[in-house]
Structures are given as structure tokens and as C-alpha cells.
Design a protein around this ligand. Structure first.
Ligand SMILES: [Zn+2]
Length: 223
């Protein structure tokens, strides 16, 4: 299925420029692995950036600058292509990897290798180690029909579906789709009935919960 919900253009451009923190870079890279449209947009942005650079006067660069840029490009380009995934396939041992690179390397394995920690009714998480503390990255596994309580945001939130799906109001999100939220957004995403949803969530600030369950969960797990 074609990805319907993408990384915002501004974030994509910041990624191409190498301006994102570790966790946000990770969610963009994983989306790129699953989204041909955004990979193409990154290629075009890189080409335009290259043409603009050709028009500039030369400046001194470190010896490994080119290798650095090429490594980034290869990481994005070498990402896996979309894997058809239905909720019924997600638990099949014969299915392809659920986690595309670079996520699989970061976890040290695929979905079966995640050491989940239960954080609420039907919700489990695994917090990913990140190179800096600017944003937090976590995997969330949410049972069918369950969800994170209604919440607002003090920063940006990217929620990328890896398996299954969720809905938020009238919008539906499936593998590869990203829901982006900022401090103007209050929502309550709910995992699809059946096998639920596994997603990668990246937040640049604490969530704001309004009910007592959410507030308790936040105090305990620091989401
Ligand atoms: Zn995309």
C-alpha cells in the first residue's frame, strides 16, 4: 500500500542538511526506507543543493566531508523498499523484516528481539538509546482498539507505523505513514482492531495528559 502521510517538507529539508537531532533523524530515515516519494524528494533537494554549491565560491572543507555526505546518501538510498504488510502477516515467521534499516541495527534485531515494557492497559514501549538528548525515540506496541490517552504536545511528535495501523479521528495510518503533531494538536490515536499497531514515536518535548491515568503514566514512565 502506498504511503499516504509523509514527513513534513521542512523536516525533510533539515534532514538533508544534517540539521536534525539523533531521534528525529532516525524516524526520518526509517520513513525514507519505506517511502519512495520522500526518497525522491530528498534526491531532488540534494541535486538542487549541489547546483547551488557549484555557484558558490570554494570554501575549505574537512578531508572527510565528501565521505560523510556519501555515507548519509547511501544510508537513505539503501533502505529497504516497502514490504507489503497486513496485520495478519505481521506475526508470520516467513514475513520480511518488520523493522527496516537503520532501525534494525539500532535495536540489534527485528520485532521479536524487542524487550517490551508494559506501560498501561494494552500499551508496551521500548525506549531507544539516542546519541543526544534533544528528542526521545521509543517503540510502542499497542493492542487492538487501545491507544495512548488523549494528549497535547510541548514539542514535535512523529509517530511512524511499522506494523498494523492506527486511526486518529477520520485519518488512518498504515505501515510507513507518519503522523506529525506540534503544540497546536490535541489527539488520541487508537490502534486498529485485531493485531493493533507497532510504531516508532519521536518526541522533542513531554506530552501533556489531561486525565488522571495519563498523568500517572507520564510520572511513572516519563513519556
Ligand atoms: Zn514520505
Amino acid at each position: 500500500m502506498t504511503v499516504q502521510h509523509h514527513i513534513p517538507d521542512e523536516t525533510l529539508l533539515s534532514y538533508a542538511a544534517g540539521d536534525l537531532d539523533d531521534a528525529t533523524s532516525l524516524v526520518v530515515a526509517v520513513h525514507l526506507a519505506l517511502c519512495p516519494a520522500c526518497r525522491e524528494a530528498i534526491d531532488v533537494a540534494s541535486d538542487i543543493g549541489g547546483m547551488m554549491l557549484e555557484d558558490l565560491a570554494p570554501v575549505a572543507m574537512s578531508g572527510d566531508a565528501l565521505a560523510h555526505v556519501l555515507a548519509r546518501t547511501e544510508t537513505a538510498a539503501a533502505g529497504e523498499r516497502p514490504v507489503p504488510m497486513t496485520t495478519s502477516q505481521s506475526s508470520s515467521p516467513a514475513a520480511s523484516f518488520v523493522f527496516p534499516e537503520p532501525l534494525r541495527s539500532r535495536i540489534g534485531g527485528d520485532l521479536d528481539n524487542v524487550k517490551w515494557r508494559r506501560i498501561g492497559p494494552g500499551v508496551q514501549q521500548f525506549v531507544l538509546p539516542c546519541a543526544d538528548g534533544a528528542s526521545q525515540a521509543r517503540l510502542l506496541k499497542i493492542a487492538g482498539g487501545q491507544g495512548v490517552p488523549e494528549h497535547g504536545h510541548t514539542g514535535e511528535e512523529f509517530t511512524l507505523v511499522l506494523a498494523g495501523g492506527f486511526s486518529d479521528g477520520s485519518l488512518a495510518f498504515a505501515r510507513g505513514d507518519v503522523e506529525w503533531a506540534d503544540p497546536d494538536v490535541v489527539h488520541r490515536p487508537v490502534a486498529d482492531d485485531g493485531d493493533g499497531c507497532v510504531c516508532l514515536a519521536v518526541t522533542s518535548g513531554p506530552l501533556q495528559f489531561f486525565d488522571i491515568i495519563g498523568k500517572i503514566a507520564q510520572r511513572v514512565i516519563g513519556i
